[in-house]
Design a protein around this ligand. Structure first.
Ligand SMILES: C[S@@+](CC[C@H](N)C(=O)[O-])C[C@H]1O[C@@H](n2cnc3c(N)ncnc32)[C@H](O)[C@@H]1O
Length: 335
């Protein structure tokens, strides 16, 4: 049984509603990709075996095109290849951020060599990382243009934060959520990252209050809110449990000092947790909301939480974000 049939079968124990299925092309879809570096090639592990390659067709074409050119430049220089063990790529679609990670301190001569490579390849920002060291050769933040409906948003991300990996499915995920919203007033969003859903969804709600525990994500979100001149989003660096505690007025948070929580009339809660799923506190919090939107990268914890939140599925979409792998992404609207 393939992964989609397997999930549909498990889902049928919880609902009669049939999921909408959204597929992705099997190549060119990954807007971020991480490789090891060994024997002067990129490496990755597949089926417990190390594979060596000069390029891969799975990442976005702009990354695929860059891979062999960057590899040639790295291999041309002892300084660039020595003690290099990982190369991570991200793209906005027009520009690439490449993070080179080393087992050695990076000195002035490395900086000059990296700058030469960056200048010669174009549309590339290099970041060098080593223990307790981060060296920016180009710009750290990437501006992604998110086109959704007739609007366009600029969303900042960098190599320290989560961002939606599949650009083919990203706008379909936003549309799937917005087409099912009933009587939206204010939105509480947990695990908001750097705002991949926050910004586009804000146009559908009066106000949004978004929380997340990664300080880099919250910094980027606040900058993107300004960049897009949006005035109906407030955000705070709070973990899921701190958000639950703040909403229950259990204790004051200095990080909320300029935010009037009483002014919100929440109609929806949106959660997009990591693979571990929701904490008990978040499950308890969710029960105060009429409508819940659950985005999950782990069907197992999604089905576990579905029982715990005691809700019915109104609609559900399966997004095959990583073709030819066992992963699926699920978005459910729960009443
Ligand atoms: C799957 S990502 C979703 C991010 C965002 N919704 C997006 O699509 O770009 C999960 C996010 O939860 C954050 N996170 C992890 N554990 C958390 C916690 N205990 N409390 C709050 N946020 C957490 C991570 O930093 C990450 O940004």
């Amino acid at each position: 049984m393939n992964k989609l049939s397997k999930f549909c079968h498990e889902l049928s124990n919880h609902t009669d509603i049939k999921p909408e299925i959204y597929l992705s092309p099997a190549t060119g879809y990954r807007a971020r990709a991480e490789f090891g570096f060994g024997n002067n090639l990129y490496t990755m592990i597949d089926d417990n075996q190390k594979i060596y390659m000069e390029k891969s067709s799975i990442p976005h074409p702009i990354i695929e095109r860059l891979m062999p050119n960057l590899l040639a430049k790295i291999n041309h220089s002892e300084l660039m290849q020595g003690k290099l063990f990982q190369i991570n790529f991200r793209t906005s679609g027009t520009k690439v951020l490449a993070t080179l990670i080393y087992h050695k301190p990076l000195q002035e001569d490395w900086i000059l060599a990296a700058k030469d490579i960056q200048d010669s390849l174009g549309n590339l920002s290099i970041i060098g990382r080593s223990k307790k060291q981060k060296i920016l050769i180009g710009e750290e933040d990437l501006e992604v243009i998110c086109n959704y409906a007739n609007s366009s948003f600029k969303i900042l991300q960098n190599d320290l934060v989560f961002f939606q990996p599949n650009f083919y499915l990203y706008s379909l995920m936003i549309s799937f959520i917005t087409k099912q919203l009933e009587n939206p007033r204010d939105l509480l969003e947990l695990y908001c990252g750097c705002g991949g859903f926050t910004l586009p969804l804000a146009s559908k709600f009066n106000k949004v209050f978004a929380t997340e525990n990664n300080r880099h994500s919250i910094r980027l979100l606040k900058e993107s809110i300004k960049l897009n001149n949006l005035y109906n989003i407030e955000s705070a660096r709070l973990s899921d449990n701190e958000t639950a505690s703040a909403l229950a007025n259990e204790r004051p948070f200095r990080r909320l000092k300029n935010i009037n929580m009483q002014s919100y009339e929440f109609s929806h809660i949106l959660v997009d947790p990591p693979r571990a799923g929701l904490s008990d506190e978040t499950i308890a919090l969710s029960k105060q909301f009429k409508n819940m939107i659950y985005i999950s990268c782990n069907p197992e914890t999604f089905l576990r939480d579905l029982v715990a939140v005691e809700r019915k599925i109104e609609s559900i979409g399966i997004f095959d974000q990583f073709a030819n792998t066992q992963h699926i992404e699920v978005i459910a609207l729960l009443k």
